[in-house]
Structures are given as C-alpha cells and as structure tokens.
Design a protein around this ligand. Structure first.
Ligand SMILES: [Zn+2]
Ligand SMILES: [Zn+2]
Length: 256
C-alpha cells in the first residue's frame, strides 16, 4: 500500500515551499514558476473557486493573517507570468469560523487554473479568461457534470457581431493589424470582437449597440485591454496611447 501524503509532503513533491507550513495558504516553486493555492470546497462556484478574499486579511479577533500577506505576494508572481495551480480542500464539518477551520482532507491532485480578480475576491477559473468576451460556445466548456456558464445570451449573438464588423470592418482598432493583408485569403474575416462594457456589469435588459459597444481588436490588443482585471478593461484610447508611448520610446532609443 502506498503512503498517503500529508499536505506538506504533497506540496513538496512539486518542489514548492512556503514561509511556514502551519499558517500558509499558498505555496511557490520559483524554478518551475508555479504558484499553488488550496481551494475550499465550500467556496466553489460554477467553474471557479475562491482562493482569496480581502476580508481574510484579518481574523475574527482582528489579527493580521500571515497567510494573507504571503498569498498577496504569491499573486504578484502570477501577474508576472507564474502559472496558478490549485488543489481542492475539504472543510471540517462545521466551519463557522475560518480561524478554527480545519482541513478535513484534500485532493492530492493539482489543476491548472487562471487567476481572475473581481472586486475584493480572487478566483481560480477553469477557463482562461484572456478574452472573456470571445467565448463563442460556452456550452462546450464543462467541468465534470457541472456546466460552466460564463456568458449571457446577447454576447454570443452572431448578429451583433456581424453588425459590428459591417460597421467597423475587420482591421484592429488598437494597432491597425489587418489579417488579410498579412495572411492573405486564409486570414480574411478573422478578428476578435471586444465588448467595451465589461460583460459582468451589464444587466439583463441591456441592449447592445454594435457600433458603440463593440469594437474589432486583434488577439494581441484584445489580451492587452483585458490584462490584469476583468471588471475594468482598458479603453481603446488608453490602449492606443500605450502603443504610441512605446513607439515614441523606441524611436528616442534608436536615435540616441
Ligand atoms: Zn491590434
Ligand atoms: Zn474583450
């Protein structure tokens, strides 16, 4: 019979470590550029798990939690390009107080996840939300038997998409990239359609204006407007300014 690893042994089997094996909530391996978070079973929502909340910074007795500060540090590494992995933890039967919450058990399996911050909550998402509004067939994204619903009806409305393209064309509004010009016939018609108003903030009765609310972006520019925070993407003007600033720096570097 194989030996069942405890949490420390499990984490160490991935070469990851932490500041303290008792109070740590997250772990890191700098060589493999991986960050590991435990995900509470009680915190699971559709297709995502809560890995950190701002309210966990202080305990019920108002003591600053060392695990929180370390978790924030580890999240910074994910922003710099480290990969996020989670393992599922099972709460003890009556977890009324997080201070005394005990890990009843955990799954000895890491899963690749994508970090997403919304308000004061950090989620580990099943789907890479680099392009949150480009998921065309959400029904295909399933996790076990649970359906992952990340988009509402209007955003995958092909008519709105078509109307946007017929008004704005298929050339990137950020950088001017033209897929047909670069890739010929093969690239013709390819473009991402970005929703200027973040999908999560739009109510049920909101009607989309394909001219005002949608804009064609190449995947690079699209990833850049969403980078960092799903609830407040950059505006297209802000993105263009970044491109102009970077160009200007390059020119001054070349001529110096
Ligand atoms: Zn672009
Ligand atoms: Zn977008």
């Amino acid at each position: 019979m194989g030996k069942i690893l405890n949490r420390k042994q499990f984490i160490q089997s991935y070469g990851a470590t932490c500041k303290n094996w008792t109070w740590s909530w997250s772990f890191i391996n700098h060589d493999l550029q991986m960050v590991i978070f435990g995900a509470w079973d009680s915190e699971h929502e559709q297709g995502r798990a809560v890995i950190l909340r701002k309210e966990w910074e202080f305990s019920a007795k108002n003591i600053r939690q060392s695990g929180y500060s370390q978790a924030i540090e580890h999240l910074q590494y994910i922003h710099q390009g480290y990969d996020l992995y989670t393992f599922n933890m099972v709460h003890s039967p009556s977890p009324e107080n997080r201070d005394v919450a005990v890990i009843k058990d955990f799954e000895r399996r890491l899963e690749k996840r994508w970090l997403q911050k919304e308000g004061d909550v950090w989620y580990a998402d099943v789907i890479d939300h680099t392009y949150p509004d480009e998921i065309t067939f959400p029904e295909e994204y399933t996790e076990g038997t649970r359906k992952v619903i990340t988009v509402n009806a209007y955003e995958r409305n092909p008519e709105a998409r078509r109307a946007c393209i017929s008004h704005h064309g298929t050339i990137c509004k950020g950088c001017g990239f033209d897929f047909e010009k670069t890739y010929g016939e093969h690239g013709k018609g390819f473009i991402h359609i970005h929703h200027i108003r973040p999908l999560g903030t739009i109510g049920e009765n909101y009607g989309v204006d394909p001219k005002e609310d949608m804009v064609p972006l190449c995947p690079n520019c699209h990833a850049m407007v969403h980078r960092g925070n799903a609830t407040s993407p950059l505006s297209v003007d802000e993105l263009r300014n970044l491109i102009e600033e970077a160009k200007a720096r390059q020119v001054s570097f070349m001529s110096s």
